[in-house]
Ligand binder design. Structure first.
Ligand SMILES: Cc1cc2nc3c(=O)[nH]c(=O)nc-3n(C[C@H](O)[C@H](O)[C@H](O)COP(=O)(O)O)c2cc1C
Length: 250
């Protein structure tokens, strides 16, 4: 971990964030990710070693605890703060919950309201609209909210939240041109990394999110998930751009 942190630091990031939240079986069974929540002394000494090995700030992301009977986040937060982390992000579920049920933000608030805590606390779990982001930030008094799944295929969520917090208004959904630019960029990366076949297949689940909120989109979306070449996809993009531009003019 300390060697990795030093390698990462050499590339010039603002901070190193340690992921102590990953619930995936092959990760936790090795004691990594959320698996470390079962061994608090190790979690603390590992974090201290990383903090001591780099000059940039070290932050941590974790969960409420391992399972329902071991929600030890209040103690975890204090001990990680004591070894020098500069911020803590908490996903309001245990490892046992994976992504099931609703995130419990009340324990996140408990960490934030602990008089011993002075580092910023970010809450995470189930935020998927600007209204919910603001409501949760205010209700649980966290320093910020983190977004996971709602950003997959919808990177505009961050601007929408910022706009809502600033003005109290919901920003207009992104237009077709903006969406096509982002989808194309994702598609190009996918093709480069995964090759012409898998690259196109792996894009398919993302179209629905990228095109969310556009009226009459179903037919185009169906065409996109059935297309199997870049040429076909580009021609669907062109028809979409034509269709929505005409719709806007009328
Ligand atoms: C596909 C996927 C990959 C993720 N990878 C990471 C990761 O690398 N590091 C991390 O701290 N959390 C990771 N998470 C967890 C999210 O950051 C977040 O804690 C979780 O999705 C709950 O927040 P949400 O309800 O906003 O999605 C991942 C989640 C998903 C769905």
């Amino acid at each position: 971990m300390t060697l990795s942190a030093r390698i990462v630091e050499a590339t010039g990031p603002d901070l190193v964030d340690i992921n102590f939240g990953c619930p995936v079986k092959k990760v936790v069974c090795k004691g990594a990710g959320a698996g470390i929540l079962k061994d608090l002394p190790k979690m603390v000494s590992l974090t201290k070693a990383v903090v001591d090995s780099v000059k940039i700030p070290v932050t941590v992301k974790t969960r409420l605890g391992w399972d329902h009977d071991s929600k030890n986040i209040v103690e975890v937060a204090e001990r990680l703060q004591d070894v020098g982390i500069k911020a803590l992000s908490i996903h309001g579920r245990t490892r046992a919950q994976m992504y099931k049920g609703e995130a419990d933000w009340s324990l996140i608030a408990q960490v934030k309201n602990n008089p011993r805590m002075h580092i910023p606390i970010f809450g995470n779990g189930d935020i998927d609209t600007p209204q919910k982001a603001l409501e949760y930030k205010n209700r649980y008094e966290v320093d910020g909210v983190m977004i996971g799944r709602a950003a997959i295929g919808y990177p505009w969520i961050f601007d929408e939240i910022k706009h809502y917090v600033k003005t109290g208004e919901i920003r207009k959904v992104p237009g077709i041109e903006e969406r096509i630019i982002v989808i194309r960029k994702h598609l190009m990366h996918s093709l480069r990394w995964k090759g012409p076949k898998l690259g196109i297949l792996e894009m398919r689940p993302h179209y629905a999110n990228y095109l969310k909120g556009l009226s009459h989109i179903k037919e185009f979306r169906m065409q996109l998930v059935h297309a199997d070449s870049l040429d076909q996809i580009e021609s669907i993009f062109a028809s979409m751009a034509d269709y929505y531009t005409t719709l806007e003019i009328n």
